[in-house]
Design a protein around this ligand. Structure first.
Ligand SMILES: Nc1ncnc2c1ncn2[C@@H]1O[C@H](COP(=O)(O)OP(=O)(O)OP(=O)(O)O)[C@@H](O)[C@H]1O
Length: 268
């Protein structure tokens, strides 16, 4: 299997703080790869380096063997890397279908002249785009909800809409930052199956930041554990669960802290 993403000795500093410290990852195409670790371990910062929000001070990031560190978010998105966020970032006053259409923007062929003059090409592309948008909403289980305002959708549906918008960019690599944050156990189980299905049906590579261990252990092919910016372990779910260092840093002593974090998020 080809390597979809590789990070080599990636480091990111904020002033004197080393948020990400010499991280090496090798992520196979079409795998589900989870990055776990306690609060402040550097997981989101690493995502931000991969998706172009930050340029790492050191190291390199290879996407299908092409160096991408330092490229803009737009360029990285255009070569097939899409992401969702820890705190849902939808256009809440727009409808569900409008949110998906925005995700399709980078692929449109018509320009503003076509739009003003209302060329045939413009109408034909508009129809195709709407059709594709509806297909994506159906795919994520939001059929018939296209005209609902994003802010009126239930929480779990908003998370799915964010994923539909990310898929509209035709990604090969999807970065999901805490997709089950704030969900109850039932919603979490549904999302877990959904993520699994995404990989199987769309042949995507998925990198997941996730605090819910049922999700992580249930769907990951491999897992990396970060702590204070460094990678302390890597392996299959079974290897990670029996790794003494991980239990001490995270799965053992950290459990209460994690539960508390969920509780706080639910109350927000
Ligand atoms: N923009 C920033 N400026 C300064 N420090 C930052 C910035 N972003 C993150 N940090 C710090 O970098 C460290 C890693 O943060 P990061 O958000 O990547 O951790 P995380 O593992 O994603 O945590 P969580 O699970 O709470 O989301 C933390 O100490 C954090 O305070």
């Amino acid at each position: 299997m080809a390597i979809c993403l590789e990070t080599r000795q990636v480091s990111k500093f904020f002033g004197g703080l080393i948020a990400v410290d010499k991280i090496d990852l090798e992520i196979s195409e079409k795998s589900i790869y989870s990055i776990i670790g306690p609060n402040g371990a550097g997981k989101t910062t690493l995502f931000n380096c991969i998706s172009g929000y930050y340029t790492p001070e050191r190291g390199s990031i290879l996407y299908f063997d092409q160096e991408v560190q330092g490229l803009s978010t737009n360029v990285i998105a255009s070569i097939g890397v899409a992401r969702t966020y820890q705190n849902i970032r939808l256009f809440k006053e727009m409808t569900a279908i409008e949110n998906v259409l925005i995700g399709q923007q980078p692929h449109l062929r018509t320009n503003w002249v076509d739009a003003i003059v209302h060329t045939k090409r413009y109408f034909s592309e508009e129809n195709e785009t709407l059709e594709e948008g509806r297909r994506l909403l159906k795919f994520v289980g939001l059929e018939g909800m296209g005209d609902s305002l994003a802010r009126n959708l239930p929480y779990g549906a908003q998370r799915r809409l964010e994923i539909a918008r990310a898929l509209a960019n035709h990604p090969k690599l999807l970065l999901l930052d805490e997709p089950t944050a704030g969900m109850n156990p039932q919603e979490t189980e549904v999302m877990k199956e959904f993520i699994h299905g995404l990989r199987d049906q769309l042949s995507l590579t998925i990198i997941l930041i996730e605090h819910d261990m049922r999700v992580v252990m249930g769907i990951s092919d491999r897992i990396s554990v970060l702590d204070h910016g460094t990678k302390i372990a890597e392996g299959t779910p079974a290897e990670i669960q029996s790794n003494q260092r991980v239990i001490e840093a995270y799965l053992g002593a950290g459990t209460e802290a994690l539960t508390e974090k969920y509780r706080r998020k639910k109350l927000q």
